[in-house]
Design a protein around this ligand. Sequence first.
Ligand code: PLP
Length: 364
Amino acid sequence: MPNKKLTMSKVHNFSAGPCILPKEVFEKSAESILNFNDSGLSLIEISHRSKDFIEVMEEARKLVREILNVPDNYEVLFLQGGASLGFLTAAYNLMGKKKTGGYLITGSWAKKAAKEASFMGNSFNVASSENKNFNYIPKGYNLGDNIDYFHVTSNNTIFGTQIKKFYNGNIPLACDMSSDIFSREINIKDFDLIYAGAQKNMGPAGTTLYICKKDILGNSSVPIPTMLDLKVHADKDSMFNTPPVFAIYSSMLNLRWLKNIGGLSYIENQNNLKSKLIYDQIDNNSLFEGTANIEDRSSMNVTFSLLEQDLNETFEKMLKDASINGLKGHRSVGGFRASIYNAMPIESVSILVDIMKELENKKG
Ligand SMILES: *Cc1c(COP(=O)(O)O)cnc(C)c1O
């Protein structure tokens, strides 16, 4: 008899985060809570120092290396605290003699990241797109020579913009990659530190992935509290203290899934197809307009709105009838946001696009 509890409902979840994961990942991680690896024990009651869990941690770290093609002179760590603690961790670990971090202010998360640098140094706004409610990525800015590192946010989850080309000069580059890590091919060598909260495109909330160049470790100009010191975690193979075992296990399963379906080149192509479907509909449909500057449009979070506000109610009812969840835009932008992370099937995107078309037909 099929286990009813494991049967997933047919809701199309466009939520910005926590986000959807592949069905098989939900199923296998659910199993692990009751009986992990046929041990008769739950994943969440075994020692994190047991052979079974160490294998999970090692496989998760190895999959990150394989999928992202991480060179040997980089560390891969699964820590805690979310990307929000990453803001502070990045600043502590990268602060140099100039005691200043440079920040590209492309959204609310970027602003929050910049704020944390002031706890042990200064933060300098290199450029900002706040004047247009963050609907574009500033370009052609000058970094000057007064910063120790340059911090960017690869994908602005709330505003639907994404950096297409990363800085690759001499100043160490730090990147909050929470909402588009594993969505496209990147060159790890462009970065000195990458961090990403799991719950957008990697796994459940509870773990944060750090990828950092080994030679930044132990070189900060400021004293670092133990738990924020990446060298402490690297020296202990990401097991300095009890890791969030469930979040790491589920992330590992999701990375296995990603590797099996063809890795980054495959998923990048899929993500481009999915986002193009919606952007084409936005551009060709007389009722909608896109929120983000066209050349900076995100392939993960598609932001748009209805030109006539009085159609909102009808559109929202149609979405609800089609079991589409999580399409409401963030309160600071309004309108709608379709978050189409790796696990979002193209079939669900087509259903959304059909509803947008149907609304136009009804109206016309
Ligand atoms: C969601 C998000 C964050 C915050 O992540 P937490 O893990 O909740 O701290 C930071 N940066 C970006 C780009 C995000 O999308």
